[in-house]
Design a protein around this ligand. Structure first.
Ligand SMILES: [Zn+2]
Ligand SMILES: [Zn+2]
Length: 151
């Protein structure tokens, strides 16, 4: 099994979002931009409630339904991931494999995306032993991050 590590947060997230919206012929509204700017800096999963609050604090008020609708689009183009009860920006949206997973700190809430290349082997095994055809895996690893371990 191979693990690739990326540091949390992705540069150019907002530009990337704009590009992907254009590919889909979706209008990149100011709302989409404001939401992207908040997600861009997320180091812990952001719930819909906290996104609505952050937008309001930034004087970019958006109703909950619009936040949901935009998040659905972000998910569709794989720019964000559902992690625990929130959302995190993807650090490598060009990686189209299903190997995106997260380490989540129980103590400070820091979420870090990792890429685990095991799906093919597990998929073969499940097919053989359970006659089960795997389509996707949703994995979050809970533990204590390096910063908290040093405290
Ligand atoms: Zn990702
Ligand atoms: Zn921590």
């Amino acid at each position: 099994m191979q693990i690739c590590y990326f540091s949390p947060g992705m540069k150019n997230f907002t530009e990337n979002t704009q590009k992907r919206f254009a590919d889909k012929k979706w209008r990149f509204t100011s709302g989409a931009r404001n939401l992207a700017r908040i997600l861009e800096n997320a180091t812990s999963p952001l719930s819909v409630k906290s996104l609505v609050e952050s937008l309001e604090a930034a004087e970019r008020k958006m109703d909950t339904a619009t936040v949901y609708r935009l998040l659905e689009r972000f998910l569709e183009v794989r720019l964000v991931h559902r992690v625990a009860n929130g959302f995190m920006p993807c650090t490598d949206p060009d990686n189209t494999s299903d190997s995106h997973h997260f380490l989540l700190c129980n103590s400070c809430g820091l979420a870090e995306e990792i890429f685990l290349d095991y799906q093919e082997s597990i998929s073969k095994q499940l097919q053989k032993e359970k006659d089960f055809r795997l389509s996707s895996v949703d994995l979050t690893f809970y533990g204590v991050c390096r910063h908290c371990r040093r405290k």
